[in-house]
Design a binder for this molecule. Structure first.
Ligand code: GDP
Length: 177
């Protein structure tokens, strides 16, 4: 019997960057136009990667700005983070920098499993943040980076597969399973 590992992942970022749309596309396989602003929602999905099975528990948060205080429930017991900005919003890019700082302070010396995601890549004409800037920021954190679109099922699957892989990479670098 394969071992089923539990993974809790929080999706953080400024409002309207597509956090709910990504979670919904990942779990339900569809894109919803004009979704209601999220209060806080959780989603579950079992993901098989090679021989391993993961029970992924996603926390879709209400959205943060520079004044938000991250509650303990988003620090303790969370295995990994998807930090989302929209490539069409420079402000949302500033907010993820801020959020990373807060996570870093909250976690102390523990290494963080973070995937930085530039969402709404399908809206290229309205772009305010170039891919190279996202890549550079993620590199400065030692984190992974990708651009995505919640309209695209495959890209959205890749987001959550990547964060599971990132959690495994950080855990293995600590020499534990
Ligand atoms: P949240 O507040 O971060 O959870 O953002 P939502 O998921 O509610 O999305 C905000 C708006 O952006 C909604 O109207 C979505 O339909 C739209 N949206 C989300 N992701 C994408 C995307 O990748 N591409 C496009 N074109 N629109 C998106």
């Amino acid at each position: 019997m394969p071992l089923v590992r539990y993974r809790k992942v929080a999706i953080l970022g400024y409002r309207s960057v597509g956090k709910t749309s990504l979670a919904h596309q990942f779990v339900e396989g569809e894109f919803l136009e004009g979704y209601d602003p999220t209060v806080e929602n959780t989603y579950s999905k079992t993901v098989t990667l090679g021989k391993d099975e993961f029970h992924l528990h996603l926390v879709d948060t209400a959205g943060q700005d520079e004044y938000s205080i991250l509650p303990y429930s988003l620090i303790i017991g969370v295995h990994g983070y998807v930090l989302v900005y929209s490539v069409t919003s420079l402000r949302s890019f500033q907010i993820v920098k801020n959020l990373y700082q807060k996570l870093h302070e909250g976690h102390g010396k523990t290494r963080l499993s973070v995937l930085l995601v530039g969402n709404k890549a399908d809206l290229s004409p309205e772009r305010e943040v170039q891919a190279v800037e996202g890549k550079k920021l993620a590199e400065s954190w030692g984190a992974m980076f990708m651009e995505s679109s919640a309209r695209d099922n495959q890209l959205t699957q890749d987001v959550f597969i990547k964060v599971i892989q990132e959690i495994a990479r950080v855990e293995n670098s600590y020499g534990r399973q």
